[in-house]
Design a protein around this ligand. Sequence first.
Ligand SMILES: Cc1ncc(COP(=O)(O)O)c(C=O)c1O
Length: 447
Amino acid sequence: MVFNEKGRALNLDRHSNSDLARRRKLAVPQGVAVKNDLYVESAKGSEIFDIEGRRYIDFAAGIGVLNVGHRHPTVIHAIEEQLKRTLHTCFHAVPYAAYIELAEKLNALVSKNHAHKTALFNSGAEAVENAIKVARVFTGKQEVIAFSDSFHGRTLMALTMTGKESPLKTGLGPMVPGVYRVPFPRDIPGASKDAAPSQESISTQQSLNAITSLLASEVSGLAAIIIEPVQGEGGFNIAPPQFLEALRGICDANGALLIVDEIQSGFGRTGKYFAFQHTAVEPDLIAVAKSLGGGLPISALIGRAEIMDAPAIGALGSTYGGNPVSCAAALAVLDIIESEQLLDRAETLGARIQSLLSPLCLEFTAQIVELRRTGAMVALEFTDAEVVAPIVTMARERGLLLITAGRYGQVIRLLPPLVIDWGLVDEAMGVLCACTRQVLLNGPETC
Ligand SMILES: Cc1ncc(COP(=O)(O)O)c(C=O)c1O
């Protein structure tokens, strides 16, 4: 029996979004935030159906998890076949081929020049934690440089490196010592010197100067620099190629490792398997997760073989890491990216979204800072964060699911499945344009 705040028994047979919202508030802590208070009945491709029968086009896609869409038939088939054989043995206790096959494929995807090795985990945060463990053991040093507006996860080391205080770190200190943060470069078009913090421009040189200054004053044992080549939660800020090249140089000069966090940007989202592949830079370690599993939990740390072999036997791992069902799903995802040519499709999809949103950007030059994208990782940044929540709410009421990003929540980020039908893209962008226009013309309170 479940009771409400007044001790009255709730009728669990009546299924509605509002009932479940009420029960959620009683049963689940508020810290577990919910961006859309609607409850899913089923999902397929790029659409979600809620328990009241409403249909939504899904531009959140599990926060970047569903590059191949909801319940892709090839993923479902691979999972079903694996279920007939084994659910779990723990790779450390009794290993299986799928783990090795997945590791081989990921190694081949990141580099043709050097031998790589891969360890599998369950979540993005775990992959990031292990990246730092490996970097510390390999270099024999401890210190790490991370960036403002970064997001690396919610476990303690990942959280320490994350460049956002509230609400993520509130009351959780002390964080792990030895982590330093510098500004991520951000080129805001037309930004003045006195711009509001949300529109502050940071040049590549300013960022590099901050690192040089840290290395001269505070950091003497740099183990690694960790960066998202395209920031996710931070608002899809794009690291300029010359910046990544300079970081590579700084790491080499200081005997440190360059770690890229491709957890949100990986597996075709940006039009390449990984965002760093838009540059000539080869990172030492690559943390991936999200879209790798096509909806099942799996993450990986991929790195240069000699670096990945630094931790002693038994120093890496987890009970569920690289679970056979998740490995089967991940192998299917990699097949789909190839067979459906999703790298090319990501670029075409991003270009189509850009062309559909361009008239809106031209109409509201004072309110829309910019539309930026790498492949199909598309962000619409607003001058005033106040307008964003009403646009997202209105879009949801009209059947489009969106999520926000950015330090102030001033960005709408678009993460549609890469397999989405063109008709749904056009419909979704029609809704986004109409809602944005309505809110910008009539004010946030219109919603
Ligand atoms: C870039 C990046 N790194 C790390 C994480 C953490 O991943 P997880 O939530 O699977 O721990 C996320 C999650 O949003 C992310 O976007």
